[in-house]
Design a protein around this ligand. Sequence first.
Ligand SMILES: C[S@@+](CC[C@H](N)C(=O)[O-])C[C@H]1O[C@@H](n2cnc3c(N)ncnc32)[C@H](O)[C@@H]1O
Length: 387
Amino acid sequence: MTPAARNAGAIGILDHWLGGQPLEAAYQGWARGARYAGSSDRAAVRDLIYDAARRRRSYAALGGSETGRGLVIGALRAAGIPTSDVFSGQGHAPPPLSQEELDLRRTPGRAEALDLPDWLIAPFEAALGPETEQVLHLFRDRAQTHLRINGRNGDRDQVIARLAEAGVVARPHPTVDTAVIVDEGGRRLPRSGVIDAGLAELQDAASQRIVAWLCRDAPGRVLDYCSGAGGKALAFADMTGAEVVAHDIAPARMADLPARAARAGVAIATCATADLPRLKPFDLVFCDAPCSGSGTWRRDPEAKWRLTPERLRGFAETQAEVLETATGLVAEGGSLAYATCSVLREENEVRVEAFLRDTPGWRLADSLRITPTEASDGFFVAVFRRV
Ligand SMILES: C[S@@+](CC[C@H](N)C(=O)[O-])C[C@H]1O[C@@H](n2cnc3c(N)ncnc32)[C@H](O)[C@@H]1O
């Protein structure tokens, strides 16, 4: 496919997305019909649509409309590429710009230029202060790919060498001991076999860092109460060497966890909610609570546009419920850890204050806040102990 034809494909996908279809589903729909597209075409179209999703507002302003066509025009203008290079009308290229489209271009305002909904500027400034613009600019770019080395099965240098054999360029993360940064050739990761062999797992460095932080004093018996697919449960099991119990209100999310634990050589017992009274108490109950994901918007740009004040309030209610239930699962002298992959105070510091106010008998022992400028995702974790 020519670059212009790839952009034409992106326009169609983005129109489906802007019409309400999830971006990945819109991409898959296109990919099924695009038999002519090779793997590098597909990767290029994917990059175009995810870049446009991250920069939806600024591209719409520069391109003159919030349509697939407008976003692609905006992307070209942002990159200083003449629109006529793509919009030529030749072959599979999209039709040339109309006079109206040529005139519609405008300079983005502040929230548009930062690619954020207007209402979120104030909460971000409250949370990040002078770092706000830097973080929001980071969210406009692709996230790095990080791996976590399974310490039981391999070491970092060995994994980096094996990746190199498959044409994947990787290097140690500068501050997170267990993490590897993939610089080039990420699409060849499956071919390297490091994940299938249990040598490594895909996991952002910030997630690895919070688990290591919680493991710095042997945490004892751990319950990962909101385990989801279990990335952090696996990290806990690897870092502690002990069996970890994983739970999620939606057990289907843990479906692959036993196989992933087996290949990593760690012990994880998945459990249902009904099993918890029999299995409690735990020395550490870790609650990786449902949240806006506002620290991860590089990787999940759609979440940025989906978030509303009502949804944020909904997350706060679930977070309070999760914490309240989890208190009953912690052993005497044990710890309750509350984490979000959000940078917003409403889901972090404000939640901590509300918990301490509403739940007598608990104190804040420690907390850690990671901004996306430090690792990759933004994260927050607070540790509570009984008074
Ligand atoms: C942020 S995700 C967890 C991500 C996961 N820890 C990881 O490392 O990939 C939050 C999880 O909490 C689960 N959840 C939501 N409400 C819950 C509840 N009341 N009790 C337990 N889990 C809950 C969701 O199903 C979801 O999988």
